[in-house]
Design a protein around this ligand. Sequence first.
Ligand SMILES: [Zn+2]
Ligand SMILES: [Zn+2]
Length: 280
Amino acid sequence: MMNNMKSPSQQIGEFSITAISDGYLSASLDLLSNISPTDAFELQQGAGATDPSSIHINCYLVRGRGRTVLIDAGAGGFKQWGGQLQANLARAGVHPSDIDTILLTHAHPDHIGGLVDSSGDAAFPDAELVVHPHEVDFWEDDGHLGRASERARGNFLFARKVFDRYREKMRASTHDDILPGISAVPLPGHTAGHSGYRIESCNRSLLVWGDIVHFPQIQIAHPDVSIAFDQDPLLSADTRSRLLDVVSSDKLLIAGMHLGELGFAHIERAGKRYQMAYDT
Ligand SMILES: [Zn+2]
Ligand SMILES: [Zn+2]
């Protein structure tokens, strides 16, 4: 689908940001709360979704000010999800060793799977891995692991494996300024350390908002709809509502890991509802 398409791209002052597709994952609409699967299905169909229960996975390549940065790394084939990142990076002219920094929004498998290759080694051997300390603490806490469901247990073990591969090059995103022109924005609720990244240059800015939504056509119009992947459904709904208010008022360009293949959008207020308009 994406393969013959040029990857969507935006220029923010000195930075060029390119949406790099990793492909799709499949998730049931039953995982949504505060909406019936039937209503969710109808919203997806009304928005023209060919497969209403599939979720697109984007990563973002940021080039500028002498840096080549990747924000999240897709699923890398974990549970047969995604796996297109490397091919699409190559298509954008980027070799894995060109990536000097990887910024993680959080450590769910559809964001970190692409950090390891099929033999389990670091897929980006020269990259520093920047991640919120609460995120690392959460996945490495044996108490949380002990209380986890069977499905979640696999996520813990996988996150630990990936962190181990990058251990010597991990940096905690404790400071606002991660790199010149790029700052971390805490967006709590989806996971313990879920963070967005704001890119600013020459009076333009872009917010990469991570997993604020999984089904944008449903959750932007209905911000109270959470998904089972949200560790704290109420807090993530609250964060989503507040953020939609801010980004629509500020007319801020946004990018998100589950925003669709086009990758960049604005949020507009339409009466009492929000709606998304892609920037192409
Ligand atoms: Zn997630
Ligand atoms: Zn995700």
